[in-house]
Design a protein around this ligand. Sequence first.
Ligand code: SF4
Length: 312
Amino acid sequence: MQHPWAHQRRFNAYSEYFKREFGGRVQKVSVNAGFTCPNRDGTKGTGGCTYCNNDAFNPSYCSPSKSIRQQIEEGIEFHSRRYRRAEKFLVYFQAFSNTYAPLEKLMEIYDQALEVEKVAGLVIGTRPDCVDNEKLEYFARLASKKYIIIEYGVETSNDSTLQIINRGHTFAETIDALTKTASKGIKTGVHLIFGLPGETRQEMIDQAPIFSKLPVNTLKIHQLQIVSGTKMAVQYKNNPAMFTFFTLDEYIDLVVDFVEKLNPAIVIERFAGEVPPRFLAGPNWGPMRYDFILQKIENRLLERDTWQGRLF
Ligand code: SF4
C-alpha cells in the first residue's frame, strides 16, 4: 500500500487530521443559534429540500432560549465529563443555514462563541447560496486567529438531481462558494448524499474526480435516508421506483469505488449517517452504530487492497 499519510489507515481519516491540527483530542459541541433557511422562508422557496424533516422547523427549535455562550458552556461541561481527555472544543453550528442572517447578527453570534474559554474554533454549516464577500471576509478575519471551517450542504454535483430534491441552488453556486471561501483562507467542508432519486451509481462515483479538483478540506458522505414527515417520504410512498436503495454491502462497495478515485488530500469525516430507524419511512439497515459501518469500510478497503486516491 502506498499512500501519503503517516498512519496506516487506508483513507485520510478525520480523527488523525484533528491530531495533526490540534495535537490532541478535540470535541465538537453542537449549538443552535436560531437561524432559518432561505429554502423555507420564501426567499428561495417555501417547500424546503424534499428530504428535510419539517418537524425540525417548529418555532421553539428555531428560537433557542439559551444564549450561545450558555449552550457552549453547558456542552463543554457535558463533554468534559464524558471525554476527560478533551481539552479543546469546536462549536458546531449545524441546524439550518448558519450564515443566513445580516453580517451584524453573524458577528454577534460567532464573536460570542469564540470568546468562550477552551473554544478552539467553529464549524459552520450552511448552504452554498448563503455566503457573500462581506461575510467571507469576516470569517477570514476569524480564520486568521482560530480554526474556522464552513461546511456546505452540497448533496450532489448533478444539477438535475438538485432540481428533483428542490435544493433551490445549482452546482455552479457550490463551485463559486467553495472557491471564494478557500481563496480567503477559510477551510471548506462538503456534505454529499448517495442514493438521491434520479441518480445512478456511476453518477455518484463520477463525482469523486469533480470534488477532487475543488478546494475541499473535509468531506461527509451519507446514504439517503428517507425521514418520516418529509416530502420525500410521500414521494417514496407514491412512487418507490424513483429510488435506488443500496444494501449495506452494496453501499460499502459504492463508497470504496468513490474513495479510490478521490483526491487523498481530502479528509473524510464520515461515510454514512445514522438516523434512528424509528424516524425512517424507507428501506434502511436497521439499528447500526457508525463505528460498525466504518469498520466494515476499512475491512473492505483492506480486502480489495485499495485506498483513498489509488485511482485519483
Ligand atoms: S435541508 Fe437545509 S437547506 Fe434544505 S430545507 Fe432543510 S434546512 Fe433548508
